[in-house]
Design a protein around this ligand. Structure first.
Ligand SMILES: *[C@@H]1O[C@H](CO)[C@@H](O)[C@H](O)[C@H]1NC(C)=O
Ligand SMILES: *[C@@H]1O[C@H](CO)[C@@H](O)[C@H](O)[C@H]1NC(C)=O
Ligand SMILES: *[C@@H]1O[C@H](CO)[C@@H](O)[C@H](O)[C@H]1NC(C)=O
Ligand SMILES: *[C@@H]1O[C@H](CO)[C@@H](O)[C@H](O)[C@H]1NC(C)=O
Length: 213
């Protein structure tokens, strides 16, 4: 009982978020991704794909990502990404443009996973030069390829090992975001899966640290 109390974080900003989460650094091990019918289940791969996105392994021989969880961030230990943190970047701005709350329970917006600089819990999205095509440009900055990115958006339930995510909008609001995987084994997060699946293919997914707690 005392141990489980110690593992619960104090609410960071009263009333804003009340996640159950590990406060101490946690060796997460390999990161398992489960899709409901197992078709797309696998592990996060250590190496980014040709478009510099994190993907889920297709074969058991593919090198798996190893991570350490600390301060709401997944630190990568064996990745070829240029930053040591696993983060999310907006690929495209759909319902709402850059600078507006991009994640909302009503929006179909999504972010994909890549290697981004470390932020702190509650930080507003940082702009990074993203690797993907020009369709993702931000018109408000004259079409530069800068995209909103986040890294300190993960929560770890120390009892189950489940990793969940909350995006922080530019207005400071925390929005629960859900994992999705598609046939290309790319993994994204969205604030509204119903809306997401009206437009995009794929399957909901759950994500877990493989290290037992
Ligand atoms: C996590 O946060 C604590 C407290 O702010 C800080 O001392 C520590 O350096 C942080 N760890 C990392 C890896 O940033
Ligand atoms: C999620 O999207 C669906 C489909 O557009 C919509 O009916 C529903 O109200 C949305 N959920 C929330 C919480 O806004
Ligand atoms: C995820 O994002 C990529 C773009 O980064 C997109 O090609 C893909 O269709 C999205 N959807 C899913 C389910 O992965
Ligand atoms: C598993 O789910 C995916 C996405 O929902 C679907 O495309 C696929 O046909 C399903 N496979 C089986 C074997 O049911």
């Amino acid at each position: 009982m005392l141990l489980s109390l110690l593992l619960l974080a104090p609410a960071v900003r009263a009333g804003a978020i009340v996640p159950r989460q590990a406060t101490a650094p946690f060796d997460c091990g390999q990161v398992r991704v489960d899709s409901p019918n197992t078709t797309y289940s696998g592990f996060l791969a250590a190496d980014l794909d040709t478009e510099r996105r994190y993907v889920v392994t297709r074969t058991t021989s593919q090198k798996r990502l190893l991570t350490r969880f600390e301060n709401n961030t997944l630190f990568t230990l064996n990745s070829n990404g240029k930053n040591p943190t696993f983060g999310a970047t907006f690929g495209f701005y759909w319902d709402t443009p850059p600078g507006k709350p991009n994640f909302a329970a009503s929006a179909q917006n999504y972010a994909y996973f890549n290697s981004v600089a470390a932020g702190k819990l509650g930080d507003k999205p940082a702009n990074i030069a993203a690797s993907i095509n020009e369709a993702g440009t931000n018109p408000s900055t004259g079409g530069k390829r800068d995209h909103e990115s986040e890294s300190a958006i993960f929560y770890l339930d120390p009892a189950s090992g489940e990793i969940t995510s909350k995006w922080v909008n530019t207005d400071g609001s925390f929005v629960p975001a859900f994992f999705v995987i598609n046939t290309q084994r790319r993994i994204n997060i969205s604030g509204n899966l119903t809306k997401y699946f009206q437009d995009w293919e794929g399957s909901p997914a759950k994500v877990f640290c493989s290290k037992p707690t």
